[in-house]
Design a protein around this ligand. Structure first.
Ligand SMILES: Nc1ncnc2c1ncn2[C@@H]1O[C@H](COP(=O)(O)OP(=O)(O)OP(=O)(O)O)[C@@H](O)[C@H]1O
Ligand SMILES: [Mg+2]
Length: 245
């Protein structure tokens, strides 16, 4: 492992993911090399079908690269066996999607706690989940079922569930796809706050320039390949930059 791979939170070296398709194959992610330092928020943009979700699934240990080396928080995912990948998913990365996918019969707090139950004692999980939800402005919603939460509040619960047990990497696939502009701003502020408090590394796939404008770096995928990158100074944690294009 190179020294840079040890220093960076996420390192992709010539990573590709191909799927068989009849006699040919579809290359969803093609020869991507990318280093993401700890505590960075990076946005992955690009047209539909350009490989954003595939890239997140690879970094999250939900899918395996067909080529290349992929290191996340020191773990070589391309070399890891299934047991190591399971542990990695429990301890290192949390993933949120466009939908919160909460269990309807449980409260907000219970939805967060159950996600960690196989891995840690309930009282510890409860304390951490309560702290997380309170830090996201949900102190008075802990006992509410998902049906009595707004879409933005449900996404905050999904983020709390993803970060439980001190996971240091948050992957978000179109997390604001179902939110209006004001809820999108609120969720981004919540993510920015968590990032400061917990030194999170955040990778967000998005079509929304408002979301990308919160990232320090925006990369674009086209047909699975990296096609451009913009960097922005980090002025303040929840201050946004103007995107030029
Ligand atoms: N399991 C699979 N089998 C075959 N092809 C796949 C599979 N998953 C994704 N693909 C293909 O890989 C390419 C990238 O898909 P991906 O879902 O990563 O794109 P995306 O950028 O997330 O798109 P969107 O913006 O619509 O969410 C697409 O051409 C898709 O059809
Ligand atoms: Mg996608």
């Amino acid at each position: 492992m190179s020294s840079s791979a040890e220093r960076d939170a996420i390192v992709l070296e010539s990573v590709s993911r191909s799927y068989p398709s009849g006699d040919a194959e579809v290359t969803a992610v093609c020869d991507v090399t990318l280093r993401i330092p700890p505590n960075e928020m990076i946005a992955v943009t690009g047209p539909s079908g350009s490989g954003k979700t595939t890239l997140l699934n690879l970094i999250g240990g939900l899918d395996r690269a067909t080529r290349g080396a992929l290191t996340v928080m020191g773990e070589r995912l391309d070399l890891a066996n299934e047991a190591a990948l399971t542990r990695f998913r429990a301890r290192v990365v949390g993933i949120v999607f466009q939908e919160a996918h909460l269990l309807p019969g449980l409260t907000a707090l219970e939805n967060v706690v159950v996600a960690g139950l196989p891995h840690a004692p309930a009282h510890e999980l409860r304390a951490e989940a309560t702290m997380l939800l309170e830090s996201m402005g949900l102190a008075d919603r802990l006992g509410f079922p998902p049906s009595k939460l707004s879409a933005g509040q449900r996404q905050r619960v999904a983020i709390a569930r993803a970060l439980l047990m001190g996971r240091p990497v948050l992957l978000a696939d179109e997390p604001t796809g179902n939110l209006d502009a004001s809820s999108t701003e609120d969720l981004l502020a919540v993510i920015a706050g968590l990032r400061e408090d917990r030194e999170l590394t955040v990778v967000v796939a998005t079509h929304d320039p408002a979301v990308a404008s919160f990232a320090e770096r925006v990369v674009r995928l086209v047909d699975g390949r990296l096609d451009g990158e913009s960097r922005f100074d980090r002025v303040a944690p929840i201050e946004r930059h103007e995107l030029s294009d």
